[in-house]
Design a protein around this ligand. Structure first.
Ligand code: PMP
Length: 436
């Protein structure tokens, strides 16, 4: 296991002063994570001097990979001018103009510091706009750490309830049942079962929160008929349709839901728009953004934050987004398709019981022969979880970094050669895992 020596030592030091050893749950690994020292383009260097192909890109945030020159230049410049002020800067106007110029239904945006915060503010706004409390979310979808969305996530099959009416189970201990009761869980891509649930709750629902490509629920794209149905029924009952595009904003030049030909009422997005620095944002038509408006006194939803719209995140975000054209996303689509089909063909050829889902620049490898349709099939039982951990470690040993759910994503400096290299590592690693 590469990187063992220095990483083990750092984890040991970390364990004394950081609860659990390292500071992000998603990066924890048994016996310890690999500690990184440097990133350049598609590569990462660990503290022992080993080089890896980075197919994780900080959970999809680094769309241009590491050390992207326009981002570095803009950051160096801004660093000299000042890293944060107690006053707005031209940079926030510039990034907001860029985003509103791209996403057709965005009149305005507000900046925050993370995807979690962005989702939280869309829900607060939806509740303020409608005077209702309940929200609906797709089964198994991850939306960050705000209480109302930490429901129906990673729960054991015994708790799922029926397929057509999934249970709302709190995720974090201490999250009250009352919070869970205010969240309605929808069966992904099932129009009839969802219609029944939404009709039953229509006078109580502030929002329907979706992700057009929910990662934790399998990275299976939402079906067009399901999205069309959700768009129509939410509009009919005055329910705010929120699109969580913290990851799926990566799907096109104009965002996630627009790729499917639809518009949301509010969008929560993050990651790529900060160029690798902390960021989150809420965007939408002016009338849906109204709860944040303070021009006539206290807003319905006060939104502040010491580091919201900080100049460094804005500067990195502008440089990143300016370097993404419509063509960049076409290239992502082509390369993503090449990666998915190369993996599928390889699994087929080698008779390996694995499948692949995804869209655009994102894909996920599943430890099952048939691709999942949603959360229930994508869910990994304890034994599979263990196998997944071994696979991810085996990939690390073959110099490829993927997410803990075996999700991969592309960055603009990647080429077919990098994909071929990754597929070779996946072939070797999966064969090794199957031989155990
Ligand atoms: N929503 C989605 C779809 C996400 O993928 C994530 C993070 N991976 C979040 C929300 C939370 O974002 P953050 O980690 O920036 O708080």
């Amino acid at each position: 296991f590469q990187g063992l020596h220095r990483s083990a030592e750092l984890f040991g030091r970390g364990q004394r002063v950081i609860t659990g050893g390292n500071a992000r749950l998603s990066l924890f690994q048994r016996p310890h994570p690999v500690y990184f020292a440097e990133g350049t383009g598609v590569h990462l260097l660990d503290v022992n001097g080993n080089t890896y192909l980075d197919f994780m890109n900080n959970f999809t945030a680094l769309i241009h990979g590491h050390g992207f020159r326009p981002v570095l230049d803009r950051l160096h410049h801004q660093l000299e001018l000042g890293v944060s002020f107690s006053g707005p800067t031209e940079l926030e106007v510039e990034l907001a103009e860029l985003l509103c110029g791209r996403v057709p239904y965005f009149d305005q945006v507000r900046f925050v510091n993370s995807g979690t915060e962005a989702v939280m503010y869309t829900i607060k706004a939806a509740r303020a706009l409608t005077g209702r409390v309940k929200i609906a979310k797709l089964e198994g979808a991850f939306h960050g750490s705000y209480d109302p969305v930490e429901v129906s996530l990673d729960s054991a099959p015994a708790n799922w309830g029926s397929r057509s009416a999934p249970n709302a189970i709190p995720y974090s201990a201490g999250n009250s049942q009352a919070v869970a009761d205010d969240t309605v869980v929808l069966p992904f891509n099932d129009v009839e079962a969802t219609r029944e649930i939404l009709e039953r709750n229509r006078d109580k629902l502030a929002a329907v929160l979706i992700d057009v490509l929910p990662q934790r629920a399998g990275l299976v794209p939402i079906s067009l008929s399901y999205l069309a149905f959700l768009r129509e029924i939410t509009a009919r009952y005055g329910i705010v349709l929120i699109s969580d595009e913290v990851m799926s904003f990566r799907l096109s030049f104009r965002g996630g839901i627009t790729r499917f030909g639809f518009e949301a009422d509010l969008c929560a997005f993050a990651k790529i728009i900060g160029g690798g620095l902390p960021i989150g944002a809420v965007g939408g038509p002016a009338r849906y953004m109204l709860p944040f408006d303070s021009t006539n006194g206290k807003p319905l939803v006060p939104q502040a934050g010491t580091f919201s719209a900080n100049p460094m995140s804005m500067a990195a975000g502008i440089a990143t987004m300016q370097s993404l054209s419509e063509q960049s996303f076409q290239l992502f689509d082509d390369l993503g398709e090449y990666a998915r089909s190369s993996l599928i063909e390889m699994f087929h050829r080698e008779r390996l019981p694995y499948s692949v889902t995804g869209m655009g620049s994102m894909f996920r490898i599943h430890l099952r022969a048939e691709a999942p349709e949603g959360y229930r099939e994508a869910y990994a039982a304890a034994e599979q979880q263990r196998k997944m951990e071994i696979l991810i470690r085996a990939l690390q040993d073959r110099n490829v970094i993927v997410s803990p759910t075996c999700q991969l994503c592309l960055s603009t400096p990647m080429s077919k050669d990098h994909i071929d290299e990754m597929v070779t590592s996946v072939r070797e690693a999966t064969k090794m895992v199957e031989a155990l």
